[in-house]
Design a protein around this ligand. Structure first.
Ligand SMILES: Cc1cc2nc3c(=O)[nH]c(=O)nc-3n(C[C@H](O)[C@H](O)[C@H](O)COP(=O)(O)OP(=O)(O)OC[C@H]3O[C@@H](n4cnc5c(N)ncnc54)[C@H](O)[C@@H]3O)c2cc1C
Length: 265
C-alpha cells in the first residue's frame, strides 16, 4: 500500500490574526506548525500502513516554511516527505493548489489512498481534498470518521462518513481520496527518536517541471479567486448590566422581568 498524506503549515491555533488598514494579514510572531487537523490524517495513514504494510509519503505544496509540517509528520512516523514549490505557486487559490497536488500525486507510482485533514485552520476553504479527487478522477470520501475495512489487494475501502443525521457507510474502489475528521483516531505524540529522524531526513524539493505542471495553471495566473481585501469584522456593540440582588431568587425574578419587558421571552 502506498498512502499519500497532504498537509500544510499553519500558524499556531493560539495565534491571533490581525489585519491592518490596507488589508495585510499578519499572524504576529506565531510559530508555524502542522495544520492540526492533518495530524488525524497522518495518524490514520500510519495505522493503515502498520496493518497492511507499505509506506506513507507526506507531501506539501509550500515555501520553505512548509518543512515544519513535513518534519512533524515524519516525526510521527511517515516514511517519505516531499515538498513541491516554485515561486510561481505563490498566491495559489484552491483551484491552483489542487492542480499542483494532483499533478504531484499523478507523478508518483502506485498510490492507493490519499488522505487529507478536514480543513486548514487558517484559510479554511474545506475544498482542497474534494478538488484533488475531482482532478484525479478518484472517489471522494469526505468527513470520514472511521475506516471500517480496507482490502489492499482487492483495491477497495469501506468508510463511515459523519453526517448531521448520523453516520453513513460508503464503499468505494481504490485509489480514493479520504478527508478525515476529528474523532477518527487520537493522533500520537512525536517521540524523541522520531524528532531526531525528522531532523536528519532529506526533504526533496519537486519543481513544476518535475511533476509535469504548467506554470500558467498555478499561482495567481492559475487562480480563479482573488482576495483583494481582507478585513476584520467590526467589533460588536452591546451593553452589559450586572443584576445585583440579595438572593438568587430575587436576581432571577429581576432577570425574568427584564426579559419579559424586552420581549425576549
Ligand atoms: C494570507 C493568505 C492569503 C491568501 N490569499 C489567497 C488569494 O489571494 N486567493 C485565494 O483564493 N486564496 C488565498 N488564500 C487561501 C489559499 O489559497 C488556501 O490556503 C489554499 O487554497 C488551500 O485551501 P485551504 O488552506 O483552505 O485548505 P482546506 O481546503 O481547508 O484544507 C483541506 C486539506 O487540504 C490540505 N492542503 C491545503 N493546502 C495544501 C497544500 N498547499 N499542500 C498540501 N496540502 C494542502 C490541508 O492541509 C487539509 O488537509 C490565502 C490564504 C492565506 C492564509
Amino acid at each position: 500500500m502506498h498512502i499519500v498524506v497532504c498537509t500544510k503549515h499553519t500558524p499556531d491555533s493560539e495565534a491571533k490574526m490581525s489585519v491592518d488598514d490596507v488589508g495585510n494579514v499578519s499572524w504576529g510572531e506565531s510559530p508555524l506548525i502542522i495544520n492540526p487537523w492533518d495530524e488525524y490524517a497522518v495518524e490514520e495513514a500510519l495505522t493503515l500502513r502498520d496493518e497492511h504494510g507499505g509506506k506513507v509519503t507526506v507531501i506539501s505544496m509550500g515555501p520553505e516554511e512548509a518543512l515544519e509540517a513535513l518534519k512533524h509528520a515524519v516525526a510521527m512516523g511517515c516514511d517519505e516527505a516531499i515538498r513541491i514549490w516554485d515561486d510561481a505557486c505563490a498566491s495559489s487559490d484552491t483551484l491552483a493548489t489542487s492542480y499542483v497536488l494532483a499533478k504531484a500525486i499523478e507523478s508518483m507510482e502506485d498510490v492507493d489512498l490519499i488522505l487529507f485533514g478536514k480543513s486548514a485552520i487558517d484559510a479554511e476553504t474545506w475544498q482542497t481534498a474534494g478538488a484533488v479527487a475531482h482532478r484525479l478522477g478518484y472517489p471522494s470520501l469526505m468527513y470520514t470518521i472511521n475506516i471500517a475495512a480496507l482490502d489492499a489487494d482487492g483495491k477497495s475501502i469501506v468508510v463511515e462518513r459523519l453526517l448531521e443525521e448520523g453516520r453513513q457507510e460508503v464503499s468505494s474502489s481504490l485509489p480514493a481520496v479520504v478527508g478525515t475528521t476529528k474523532g477518527i483516531n487520537e493522533p500520537r505524540y512525536t517521540s524523541f527518536i522520531g524528532i531526531r529522524k525528522a531532523a536528519k531526513m532529506e526533504y526533496p524539493l519537486q519543481t513544476l517541471d518535475d511533476i509535469g505542471a504548467e506554470v500558467d495553471k498555478v499561482g495567481a495566473a492559475g487562480s480563479g479567486v482573488r482576495w483583494p481585501q481582507v478585513f476584520a469584522p467590526p467589533a460588536r456593540e452591546g451593553e452589559a448590566e450586572i443584576i445585583e440582588a440579595e438572593t438568587v431568587e430575587e436576581t432571577v425574578s429581576i432577570l425574568v422581568e427584564k426579559l419579559l419587558a424586552e420581549k425576549v421571552i
